[in-house]
Design a protein around this ligand. Structure first.
Ligand SMILES: Nc1ncnc2c1ncn2[C@@H]1O[C@H](COP(=O)(O)OP(=O)(O)OP(=O)(O)O)[C@@H](O)[C@H]1O
Length: 719
């Protein structure tokens, strides 16, 4: 209770005048409420018993005037209280939201969105309730109890002692149950945010849920969650009603004692009838107040839990920030250097970047490439200052990121991600968000450079067209171009492109890559991609493998060197996809690099390459189901897939690998009767080249020796 009151005083501190006015109103109101019962004594003893009309009118007038003052003061305090509680709500909400804006990015990965929402809604509402209860029922009841207790002692001390002992009994129950009530309330809030988290996730995942026919699994999972919530909700209701019920029983006991003992004292002539009536009336009003207080106890417990939850969020560390500003003069292009850079996301995790040294000269275009999970995106996030390196440093224009103010760093950067969030609002607002003071002309110019201006102007509402939820009223390519316009509105000296085109269809990809080529003049550009054909012209290519920078140089240099880059290149080279993405081809030389076709006669491979079909899948589509009988082999001509397995008895899938352009899977199906050993799901739009077992074996049957060699090689891989 002390913590709640202490916090509340802190919340009210900025509003001294409002709070003072509130208290003046409140005290005048409750002075009337608590002293009014005394009028019975005066009325009975001074007016009714002696039949004194003068006293009768006098007491009535005083009572009327006091009532009027009390009533108007009550209205004033209500008004002040409404204002105070709304202000406190607004302050807390704004403080929490501002805190979130500066929280470490890792926090958003740990925290559930539903938790954050419940802080800003449910918890603040609980605090609001407690403030209202403390400032009204709380203060009113405590004051009435104190004033009444004082008057009761004056009227008849022996009866007052009974009342006091009873009052202590009233609070004993809530005191003993308090700890448990608090734990149950905290558990309930936790369950509540899990439930809203499930609902949010479910709404977002509807396409996947329907696509994989997961409705029943989702219903069962949700019902299990509801069952856990039901149990804790039931406990919470029981404990809250006990908190209210126990004091009521104590109150009845005191009533009984006072009626008996008081009447005995009056019978014995120790007190007047007026004093007995006044005592009982006063005591009833005090009892009501005590009763009100006990009703307020659950809101205290609730608010205490909410205050602790909110405090945990406010204690969350802000993003680390240096003091010095990065200023890159107009027309200058910065360089980027990393030295001895090591990083891991969590303690206990292996380093995902290991002693990386690299240098990107001013005004050049650099590309980070490597297989999935090799650390390319992590490197990009470190350049953005989203995380602090474990060891080593990154310097931009010679300035270490650790000493820089992150805001000033990001002012100099334009970034385009694979998925760019479009906010609700107009296209104009969405582009302007990166430079709020930009004029309309500047926005239009940026859109023109992102080659989306013509399209926007062709819309009936032009730049005032509303962007629907998540930009769903635009195609992937259009969304991406709006994001590019946003990034270049600042005309940043550094442009970061993180898989910026990999989710797009081949036509959009080609044309956006062209746009990037134009934009890269006079800027330092860093691009992360797994599609090597897009970066052959980069000034420097940095190849990552399992967190290490294993090779760097130009495309030409590294092809000549014949190292890991050449291996990656060979995997993607020899595959082509039509601009529509509907047709793909593979050449016989690329086929000969597949382990089971290795060193096979090139003429036979020319025949086999014609047997491949093209198949396309959308994001989230299941390509292969674990356990089904497979009959096809897949080569990824374009796109990214996840290989996953559902361990027995576990509803959550485990990711085994991510494969992308040039990778292949499912070759075991080229052997007879082998069920699929994992699920394969498309992570982006995918174009595959597929080869049917039947067809392959029909061709190979003409070359018995080759046929058995392929089978042997496949068996070797399977075993
Ligand atoms: N937020 C995170 N928390 C913990 N580990 C992470 C996090 N993000 C990435 N990782 C891990 O760090 C490693 C490098 O990931 P990163 O995303 O940098 O690879 P990448 O080369 O960009 O892969 P992709 O091409 O699939 O995006 C991976 O093993 C990945 O699982």
């Amino acid at each position: 209770m002390i913590t709640v009151i202490k916090n509340m005083v802190g919340y009210l501190r900025p509003y001294k005048l409002l709070t003072t006015l509130f208290f003046i109103g409140l005290f005048l109101d409750l002075a009337f409420v608590s002293l009014a019962p005394l009028s019975f004594k005066f009325m009975l003893d001074n007016a009714i018993v002696p039949h004194d009309y003068g006293q009768f009118y006098f007491i009535l007038t005083i009572l009327g005037i006091a009532g009027l003052i009390g009533f108007s003061s009550g209205i004033m305090s209500d008004y002040m209280l409404s204002k105070l509680s709304s202000r406190v709500q607004k302050d807390l909400r704004s403080r929490l939201f501002a805190h979130l804006q500066h929280a470490n990015i890792a926090y958003f990965q740990r925290a559930r969105a539903s938790d954050l929402l419940s802080y800003l809604t449910g918890d603040l509402a609980a605090i609001d309730r407690a403030i209202t209860v403390i400032l009204t029922t709380g203060i009113q009841s405590v004051s009435v109890v104190l004033i009444s207790a004082f008057v009761l002692f004056i009227l008849e001390w022996s009866m007052a002692v009974f009342v006091l002992i009873g009052a202590l009994l009233i609070f004993a129950g809530p005191y003993l149950l308090g700890g448990r009530a608090q734990a149950v309330n905290a558990g309930y809030k936790e369950q509540m945010s899990l439930v809203s988290g499930d609902i949010q996730e479910n709404i977002k995942a509807q396409r996947v849920i329907k696509g994989f026919n997961l409705q029943q699994i989702m219903i069962d999972k949700f019902n299990t969650r509801l069952q856990a919530m039901f149990v804790i909700d039931y406990k919470r209701n029981v404990i809250n009603s006990n908190l209210e019920r126990i004091p009521m029983i104590s109150l009845l006991l005191i009533n009984f004692t006072i009626i008996g003992f008081g009447s005995y004292l009056a019978l014995e002539g120790h007190i007047t009838v007026g004093a007995l009536v006044a005592f009982f009336t006063m005591y009833t009003s005090m009892g009501n107040s005590v009763f009100n207080l006990t009703f307020a106890i659950p809101s205290f417990t609730d608010a205490k839990v909410s205050m602790e939850r909110i405090q945990r969020l406010l204690d969350e560390q802000n993003e680390a920030n240096g003091a010095s500003q990065l200023v890159i003069p107009d027309g200058q292009q910065p360089d980027i250097r990393a030295a001895g850079l090591s990083f891991r996301y969590n303690d206990g995790q292996q380093d995902v970047l290991k002693a990386v040294d690299l240098y990107i000269p001013p005004g050049t275009t650099a590309a980070f490439v490597g297989s999935s999970g090799s650390g390319k995106s992590t490197m990009m996030q470190l350049i953005l200052g989203f995380y602090e390196p474990g060891e080593g440093y990154i310097r931009i224009n010679g300035r270490s990121l650790q000493e820089l103010d992150k805001g000033s760093l990001r002012e100099e950067i334009g970034i385009v991600f694979q998925d760019n969030f479009l906010f609700r609002g107009t296209i104009m607002d969405n582009i302007r968000i990166s430079k709020p003071l930009a004029t309309e002309e500047e926005v239009v110019r940026a859109a023109a450079r992102a080659e989306i201006d013509d399209f926007i102007k062709s819309l009936p509402d032009g730049y005032d067209t509303e962007v629907l939820d998540d930009g769903s009223n635009f195609s992937g390519g259009q969304r991406q171009r709006i994001a590019i316009a946003r990034a270049i509105l600042r005309d940043p000296p550094i442009l970061l492109l993180d898989e910026a085109t990999s989710a797009l269809d081949p036509i959009s990809e080609a044309s956006i890559n062209e746009t990037f080529r134009h934009l890269s003049h006079n800027r330092t550009v860093v691009t992360v991609t797994h599609r090597l054909s897009a970066i052959t012209e980069a000034d420097g290519i940095f190849v990552f493998d399992q967190g290490e920078l294993v090779e760097s140089g130009t495309h030409k240099q590294m092809l000549e060197a014949g190292g890991y880059y050449k291996e990656l290149w060979d995997k993607q080279n020899g595959l082509s996809v039509s601009l529509s993405g509907e047709e793909a081809e593979i050449d016989e030389h690329r086929l000969s690099r597949l382990p089971f076709f290795r060193d096979m006669n090139i003429e036979v491979l020319s025949e086999i390459k014609g047997l491949f079909n093209t198949e396309t899948f959308g994001t989230g589509d299941r390509v292969i189901h674990e356990g089904e009988a497979g009959n096809k082999f897949y080569i990824i001509a374009r796109g990214k897939v996840e290989i996953s397995k559902r361990p027995v008895g576990n509803a959550e899938r485990t990711r085994l690998a991510v494969l992308a352009d040039g990778d292949h899977f499912g070759e075991i199906a080229l052997l007879e009767n082998v069920p699929r050993t994992a699920d394969v799901t498309a992570l982006t739009e995918c174009t595959f080249l597929t080869l049917q077992r039947r067809v392959l074996h029909y061709v190979l049957s003409q070359y018995p020796e080759l046929d058995s060699r392929v089978r042997d090689k496949l068996k070797e891989r399977y075993n």
